[in-house]
Design a protein around this ligand. Structure first.
Ligand SMILES: Cc1ncc(COP(=O)(O)O)c(C=O)c1O
Length: 427
């Protein structure tokens, strides 16, 4: 038995599903990662992969970036957690507030799910309203509201508010309105009917790999402003990735609140809600007691090691040329994958934005909603991913690929070359 097979056997006994989260691979491809360096990870049997998982996104600088390692080592020697203000948390907050158009201030949490959960709480507290409007197939994490008609059940009727998970609180179906992404008319109708009850519109500005159609985000902004609704951008994926100021900078629409995680922790657990000072101030427990006070907290919130890692990461991202490079790598990979598909006779379109992409196999060339996404040939996409994993490229079968600043041109060209064989294999 190999070292990896033995670890997998132990994992099966101790961890149901032998998985962390929802990422799983077929039996013969399952891996236990032993180490990561730059764009490469190595499994417990010594096999190397070019990594397009990047830990589901946080590693915009790849694995074990020397500046992040140095910052973490320095902070670890100074203390790992204080449950009190600390220098890295303050400096990182200043950096984010400076970078993000909507950010007058921020509050920390530890995960993306906690950030979206907290943003919704602030919106309800500020408006005194209960309803949340979100988009079919939009993913905002693991909490109960986020699990309504989220990513997995793409393709159901958008007027159904369906739980993605068992065990959610019962009242939620009545408190979440679901509308199709990129359908401003549907949002208008929902707001016309129940606008005075809606606390928040929560949206991924780039929903998974679907770009917003021109005018969609602007329309949400206008409807939110007119109806006293808090507009929340979930920038957990897009923050500091699509541009220094995130999707709101790239698309030119400023929300009231925005949620950050992944990149801002440089690979360590950290998240934040940034935005209007009056909204974030509702969590200020030094204010006199009031009905709008919103509890936001957590033992490890604003953790100094995570903040030091995040600060080191943002300091690198801030350098000239970062976003040009990320966009160029994403564009070359997108173009190469589409061409490889075409040459193999497979209808591939690599949707996404900048360094976030997914090579979808679909005849429909105008994919705009989650329901459109449900029509792609997912089975073949998954088979293609398995072919790629066999060839030493790690990615989520049927899901997104993330490119980092340290992927080399050679990594990308090798990936494209392998994808030719992989598409030919699933023709
Ligand atoms: C857009 C979006 N929001 C929220 C989350 C939840 O973040 P976390 O997994 O850190 O809780 C994710 C996770 O992938 C995400 O992609």
């Amino acid at each position: 038995m190999t070292a990896q097979a033995s670890l997998l056997e132990r994992a099966e006994k101790a961890i149901p599903g032998a998985a962390l989260g929802v990422f799983t691979l077929p039996e013969k491809q399952r891996v236990v990662i032993e180490s990561g360096q730059g764009s490469t990870v190595v499994d417990a049997d010594g096999k190397s992969y070019v990594d397009y998982l990047l830990s589901s996104g946080p590693l915009l600088l790849g694995h074990a970036h020397p500046e992040i390692v140095a910052a973490v080592q320095k902070q670890a020697a100074l203390g790992s957690s204080f449950y009190a203000l600390n220098r890295p948390a303050i400096e990182l907050a200043e950096t984010i507030v400076d970078a993000v158009p909507c950010a007058e201030a921020l509050r920390y949490q530890s995960t993306g799910s906690e950030a979206t959960f907290a943003a919704l709480r602030l919106a309800r507290a500020a408006t005194g309203r209960k309803l949340v409007l979100k988009f079919e197939g939009g993913f905002h994490g693991s909490h109960d509201v986020a699990q309504m008609t989220s990513a997995r059940m793409m393709g159901r009727n958008s007027d159904e508010t369906v739980p993605e998970s068992a065990g959610l609180a019962g009242v939620l179906a009545d408190e979440v309105l679901i509308v199709p992404f990129n359908d401003l008319e549907a949002v208008r109708d929902a707001v016309a009917g129940r606008g005075a009850e809606i606390a928040a519109i929560m949206v991924e500005p780039l929903q998974r790999v679907l770009r917003p159609v021109p005018g969609f985000l602007e329309g949400l902004r206008a409807l939110a402003t007119k109806n006293g609704i808090v507009l929340i951008f979930d920038e957990v994926v897009t923050g500091f990735r699509l541009a220094w100021g995130g999707a709101q900078e790239l698309y030119g629409v400023t929300p009231d609140l925005a949620c950050y995680a992944k990149a801002i922790g440089g690979g360590y657990p950290l998240s934040a809600i940034a935005g209007r000072r009056d909204l974030l101030g509702l969590a200020d427990n030094t204010r006199p007691a009031s009905e709008t006070y919103s509890y936001l907290g957590g033992t490890l919130t604003g953790n100094p090691i995570s903040a030091a890692a995040g600060l080191a990461c943002l300091n690198v991202l801030k350098r000239p040329g970062t976003y040009e490079r990320l966009r160029a790598l994403g564009a070359r990979l997108r173009e190469g994958l589409e061409e490889a598909g075409r040459n193999a006779g497979v209808p591939v379109q690599a949707l996404g934005e900048g360094p976030v992409l997914s090579p979808l196999i679909a005849e429909n060339r105008s994919l705009r909603t989650a329901r459109d996404l449900a029509t792609v040939d997912k089975k073949r996409m998954v088979r293609w991913a398995h072919e790629m994993i066999d060839r030493g490229f790690l990615l989520t079968p049927g899901g997104k690929m993330y490119v980092s600043l340290v992927h080399s041109d050679q990594d990308i060209e090798r990936t494209i070359a392998a994808s030719r064989e992989a598409f030919a294999a699933v023709r």
